[in-house]
Ligand binder design. Structure first.
Ligand code: AMP
Ligand code: TRP
Length: 340
């Protein structure tokens, strides 16, 4: 069975880009593949961190994942820091990656390569992500378009490690959706929708109430023409709306365009489609967030399932690279062999 793994940073502020570019694909993948979904709390430490907020947001994200439709009986939902092998393997991969290739990561360039106070963790971020992926013998990684370069690094590191130390890792493929892979900011449609923009008006949150969603979409920046046409290069605002409408209703943006001759109706239909799409998610979220015990139980079971896979891969990688197997417990016999 195909193994799928993906990750999301812990935040209650999941937006439409996260959902259309990644989470909705996770939901459809869970039935077809052996899927692992990771809340990457360690990645959140690469920037300003409020300890109380982080743990709250991590649990919030677990509720969001269940609310969008992930079923813990079918897939594995877990928190990255609950499986120690992620940081262990990240070190082995940091000793495989080069400064040059990490310096070329566009997200690092954008977020502060020239800032002396930027954290080492932000620089090493893509290596930890590669560890997340390679630990689970992952075949396919469903992500939005912004993660393409990080995925390429994970593949390069797997190939390099395998070449140096013998076949150890599965080389993963990125799976980027045709529609919704790059949802743009409604106020600034040449930048991707993101949690960390200055104006919240351009970002539709999954948990925004219907009136807010309606207002944000109706105020979306378009252009001075009147023709509804899918053409991201010259009509980024209108094309973004068509992309959102298409992803929300399972059609291509071009098909959606054919039904409109003015921007007003396009905006109101897009708002309506998004409101209908998120309504059941919001309802489930409100029930789940009140039930901390269930969330905790899901994460305990998820960590156990994840650990079972991660420890095996980590041991394989450790031994391939020449680390001495620990001479205790189950490893006693194997350890003694090495000391002989
Ligand atoms: P993050 O919130 O950065 O952890 O991202 C979680 C997932 O959402 C990743 O797979 C991203 O590629 C995806 N994603 C983030 N922003 C967007 C966007 N604007 N459009 C489409 N996908 C996105
Ligand atoms: N870097 C990803 C993002 O910001 C999150 C992530 C961390 C991830 N580890 C991963 C995604 C492993 C896919 C697989 O969106």
């Amino acid at each position: 069975m195909t193994r799928v793994l993906s990750g999301v940073q812990p935040s209650g502020d999941v937006h439409l880009g996260n959902y259309l570019g990644a989470l909705r694909i996770w939901v459809s993948d869970q039935k077809e593949a052996d899927a692992f979904y990771c809340i990457v709390d360690l990645h959140a430490l690469t920037k300003e961190n409020d300890p109380a907020e982080l743990s709250r947001r991590t649990l919030d994200m677990a509720a969001v994942l269940l609310a969008v439709g992930l079923d813990p009986d079918v897939c594995t939902i877990f928190v990255q820091s609950h499986v120690a092998e992620h940081t262990g393997l990240a070190w082995l991969l940091e000793c495989t990656a080069t400064m040059g290739e990490l310096n070329r990561m566009t997200q690092f360039k954008d977020k502060g390569r020239d800032d002396e106070s930027v954290r080492v963790g932000l620089f090493a971020y893509p290596v930890l992500m590669a560890a997340d992926i390679l630990l689970y013998d992952t075949d396919r990684v469903p992500v939005g378009d912004d993660q393409r370069q990080h995925l390429e690094l994970a593949r390069d590191l797997a190939i390099r490690f395998n070449g140096r130390y013998g076949e150890t890792f599965t080389v993963p493929e990125a799976a980027i959706p045709k529609v919704g892979a790059r949802v743009m900011d409604l106020q600034n449609p040449t930048s991707k929708m993101s949690k960390s923009v200055l104006s919240p008006q351009g970002t539709v949150l999954l948990l925004d109430d219907p009136a807010t969603i309606d207002r944000k979409i109706r105020r979306a920046v378009t252009d001075t023409e009147t023709e509804v046409r899918y053409d991201p290069g010259t009509k980024p605002g209108v094309s973004n709306l068509l992309e959102i409408l298409g992803a929300a209703t399972g059609r291509s943006p071009e098909d959606c365009a054919a039904g409109y001759s003015a921007y007003g109706p396009l905006k109101s239909d897009t708002a309506q489609a998004v409101i209908e799409m998120v309504a059941p998610i919001q309802e489930r979220y409100r029930e789940l967030i009140a039930d901390r015990n269930t969330l905790g139980q899901v994460l305990i079971e998820g960590a156990a399932k994840a650990r079972a896979v991660a420890t095996t891969t980590f041991e394989r990688a450790s031994q391939a690279i020449g680390l001495l197997p620990p001479p205790w417990e189950g490893r006693l016999r194997e350890g003694r062999e090495k000391f002989r």
